[in-house]
Design a protein around this ligand. Sequence first.
Ligand SMILES: [Fe+2]
Length: 293
Amino acid sequence: MSSNAGQRKRSARYQRARVRHFLLTSGPSRLSKGWIVRRHHSDPVELRDVEIRLPNWPEAFDGLRIAHVSDLHFGELMPMDRALAIAETVRRARPDMICNTGDLVDLDCDGVEPLTRAIGNISTRCGNFFVPGNHDELDSVDEVKRVVTRAGIIVLDGDVCEIRRGEHRLRIGGIGWARSPSHCRARVDRLLGKSGHVDVLLSHNPKAFDHAAERGVLLVLSGHTHGGQIARRNRPNANLAIAHHRSAGLYELGPSRLFVTTGAGAWFPVRVNCPAEVALLTIRRSYPDQPAN
Ligand SMILES: [Fe+2]
């Protein structure tokens, strides 16, 4: 990617995020002579297997394996070597599909191209998708989308892609960053108004789930919360992400499911009882005599 950082006008949101980054990451790192960030980098990123059972999941796609990657936050807390190792973990898992639910970059998007290339080069039978998160908007969301697209990854910002197996179809849709439930609702309505039915929705913000479930979306994949990064032992939902009542793991609403990954990266260099992860989801159709999730 060419470096246009000097030419871009930084928004007030970007400047605030920079200050926050200094207070929570760069400053403490300097004071500790880099120990805090080195300590953070020594934590592994877990590959977490999760089975999700859905009553209305199309039989032709029973057993679909999705690598759900989110919140890489490429930058000081996610250097390129760590990010490329995560991409390699995903490649070795041989998923049918990759769904990246945003916050690819932490602040600046320059330099992220080797990572998008590595993810884009992973061959999958059913596609490689991305939706932007709030951090992707801080520097230039257009540049993030450009570099992701250039790597062969499909950006679903208000779009739907159809996967076919014989005569059967699975529709994957995505919405860009939406802050509030009402903003999420508007984005979901716009997507469905334009494209009709969607089976799987990618939304950085899990707050899209209520309305998506109401509108018949079977599965929503989200990130954003990082599982709070600090959680009570064995209680992943008791965490610092207090603005979200669905912040880590699997949730259900009628026949719909939401999976919120705790993410692969971080926006401050501490995780307690909340390991960074890539989720390997196996989606199964459930039958009336089987318990749902
Ligand atoms: Fe994030």
